[in-house]
Design a protein around this ligand. Structure first.
Ligand code: HGY
Ligand code: MN
Ligand code: MN
Length: 399
């Protein structure tokens, strides 16, 4: 069987993005479908029984599906131009951990499942952790089914095209009951584990985070015939709003706010835009502070828009409260990984969505670059191996 590094190496060319760099593996895109197929084949080679549930979550079982099983897994989809490890490291480590457990002739007292959650990044349909939100009922099903990608395809239509029945998408208590404990291994996405020292950490919490869409409307017009004094240009307002987002968050300790995506309509070089849509990602440990931050940003945006003869609307697209992982489960994992530091993360994960329903925990693996959602994301081979071995120790201790 391949090691975790060999497993990762076997998918290193799937979904490479020649324009952005890194990987673009949007849910139900060809690269992500190829990765699903890779996972299914790898799981079957290990004698795991694979099924895909009605929300598109893949479950690979060691032992018969049962309530209260031990479950580990992550995701295979990526952000546009993402790194090689965000998601796949957790999936590959889980497969390698199964090999290690089997080599230790571990006789599990309960079944183990390795899972792959779809649309963790929300890169195609705009809502992060869509698969685990559907599973747990954390998103309205109609809202989910009517989410659209940039080409206007609804999640319902795309999911239907890949074997899901939209009429059966939604909360799945039966599947949720099968999760007795959930552990997700993930690449560390900040500078928490530094360049040296322990390569593995145990997660403590996930920063509350949300996504909002700001739409700035002005007067579309001709770039050559419209005098500067006669313009209501939403692009000029949007540019100031992006700076106001940064300035507002910079004043709030521990807040993060980002505009990473901005779309002018119609988007012509010789056209003054009629509208500019921009998406805001904002996060803070205190959900009330996040709410206040959004209010301040929206107030500034309204003022800016008015000064440019434009208007602006704000729509919340998704929100997740700050999550603290199950203390009992985390303590047991800490005992199984002596010396591993405890780390809070600013990144969202399916484990965070599940944490509201089943005991959930996370294990992080050092990323010396401290960079993620970017091609520079990195995990050294020896740390990836240490991560897979740590996950095997954790799973063995919890089985
Ligand atoms: O956005 C996040 O924090 C995660 O990578 N989905
Ligand atoms: Mn991730
Ligand atoms: Mn991510």
């Amino acid at each position: 069987m391949e090691t975790v590094n060999q497993l990762l190496d076997s998918i290193k060319d799937v979904g490479r993005d020649a324009v952005r760099g890194g990987y673009s593996r949007a849910v139900y895109s060809t690269p992500e479908l190829d990765l699903r197929q890779w996972f299914i084949e790898q799981a079957q080679q290990r004698g795991l029984d694979v099924e895909t549930d009605r929300n598109g979550i893949i479950w690979a079982w060691w032992g018969k599906p049962q309530d209260g099983a031990l479950v580990t897994g992550s995701h295979l989809d990526s952000v546009p131009g993402g790194g090689a490890f965000d998601g796949p490291l957790g999936v590959a480590s889980a497969l390698a951990a199964v090999d290690l457990l089997k080599s230790r002739t571990t006789a599990p007292k309960r079944s183990l499942a390795v899972t792959v959650f779809p649309e963790e990044e929300g890169s195609r349909f705009g809502v992060a952790c869509l698969g685990s939100r559907l599973l747990t009922g954390a998103i309205d099903v109609d809202k989910a089914l009517n989410l659209r990608d940039v080409d206007g395809n609804t999640f319902a239509d795309v999911a239907r095209g890949h074997g899901l029945d939209p009429r059966h998408v939604g909360p799945d208590q039966e599947a949720l009951a099968r999760i007795g404990d959930f552990v997700e291994l993930h690449v560390e996405q900040g500078k928490g584990l530094g360049q040296s020292g322990p390569a593995i950490a145990v997660g403590s919490s996930i920063l509350g985070h949300g996504r909002w869409k700001l739409s700035v409307s002005g007067q579309g017009n001709h770039a050559g015939t419209t005098l500067m004094a006669d313009r209501a240009d939403p692009m000029v307002a949007a540019a100031q709003i992006v700076v106001a987002v940064r300035d507002t968050a910079a004043k709030q300790p521990d807040a993060r706010a980002t505009v990473g995506r901005l779309t002018p309509v119609p988007g012509g070089t010789n056209v003054i835009a009629s509208r500019v849509d921009l998406w805001l990602d904002a996060r803070h440990p205190d959900d009330a502070v996040t709410a206040q931050l959004i209010e301040s940003i929206y107030s500034a945006a309204r003022e800016i828009a008015a000064s440019e003869g434009c208007t602006v609307t704000l729509t919340e697209e998704s929100y997740s409260d700050t999550v603290h992982f199950d203390p009992g489960l985390s303590r047991r994992i800490n005992d199984l990984l002596p010396g591993a530091p405890v780390l809070a993360t600013g990144a969202g994960h399916d484990a965070g969505v599940l944490a509201g329903h089943v005991p959930s925990a996370m294990v992080f693996v050092r990323n010396p670059s401290g960079i993620s959602h970017s091609p520079e994301e990195y995990v050294a081979d020896e740390d990836a191996s240490a991560g897979a071995a740590a996950l095997a120790d954790v799973l063995e201790g919890l089985l």
